[in-house]
Design a protein. Structure first.
Length: 219
C-alpha cells in the first residue's frame, strides 16, 4: 500500500513537471527536457538553416503536456541572439494568454502587425516561445527568415486539437476561455516573467498537489 502511495505521488510530481515541444516552425535543436527551463532550451547559437516563415498570417504549432497553460512569444532581430536581453520583451509578438487542452495546439502569429521594428520581408529573426503550465517558465526558440510570399504548410496545422486565434494582441480560444494578456518584463540578462501567471497558476497547482499527495499517503 505504501508503494502504491509513493507511486501515485511520483505520478503527480511528473505531471507538475510536464513540458512542451515546438512542432512548427522547427526549433533550434532537438528537444532536451532538462534544458527547457533555460534560454532557448539550452541552444544559445542561431542555426544556419533557418525556417522561411510568413511575415503575415503565420502559425505556431506546439505540443502541450499540461491541461492548462499560459503562452506568449517574444522576438529578436539580432542575427545571433544568445541571451534573454537580446529579445524585445516590452512588445511581445504574441501577448501572453491562458488556454487549456493537452496535445497539439496551434495559434496565430502576425509579425507584420506586431509593429516591432525590423520585422520586414527577408529579415532574419528569432522567436522565443515562453510557456508556463504552472510549474515555471519553459523556453524554445526558432530561427526564421521572414517572407511576404510564403504561406504556412498544410501539414503544419493538420494535427491541431486546440486552435487559438490571435489578432494584434487580442486573443480568443476556440476550445476554452482565454485570459487577458499578461505583461512580460525582463531584468538585464534575466528571465521574462508575468505576474498574472505567478498569481493564478503556481498557488493553485501547489495546493492541488498537496491535497492529492496527502490523500495518496493516507491510503
Amino acid at each position: 500500500m505504501r508503494f502504491t502511495s509513493a507511486a501515485t505521488f511520483a505520478g503527480l510530481v511528473s505531471l507538475a513537471s510536464a513540458h512542451f515541444q515546438m512542432q512548427y516552425p522547427a526549433p533550434r535543436g532537438i528537444f532536451v527536457e532538462d534544458d527547457e527551463p533555460t534560454f532557448c532550451d539550452g541552444y544559445t547559437q542561431a542555426v544556419s538553416n533557418r525556417t522561411v516563415f510568413p511575415i503575415s498570417n503565420g502559425v505556431i504549432s506546439m505540443n502541450s503536456e499540461h491541461p492548462s497553460w499560459t503562452v506568449g512569444v517574444i522576438v529578436s532581430t539580432a542575427q545571433n541572439p544568445t541571451a534573454f536581453s537580446d529579445f524585445n520583451n516590452s512588445a511581445p509578438a504574441v501577448q501572453f494568454f491562458q488556454t487549456s487542452g493537452e496535445g497539439i495546439a496551434c495559434f496565430n502569429i502576425d509579425l507584420l502587425k506586431s509593429g516591432i521594428s525590423g520585422l520586414v520581408d527577408g529579415a532574419n529573426v528569432t522567436i522565443e516561445v515562453v510557456y508556463d503550465g504552472g510549474d515555471g517558465e519553459l523556453y524554445q526558440c526558432a530561427d526564421l527568415t521572414l517572407s511576404s510570399t510564403i504561406t504556412v504548410p498544410a501539414n503544419a496545422t493538420s494535427s491541431c486539437k486546440n486552435n487559438v486565434t490571435s489578432q494584434e494582441g487580442n486573443v480568443t480560444s476556440t476550445s476554452s476561455s482565454a485570459a487577458a494578456a499578461a505583461t512580460s518584463t525582463t531584468a538585464a540578462g534575466g528571465k521574462s516573467s508575468a505576474a498574472f501567471r505567478d498569481a493564478t497558476f503556481i498557488p493553485g497547482v501547489l495546493a492541488g498537489l498537496l491535497v492529492l499527495a496527502g490523500a495518496a499517503l493516507s491510503l
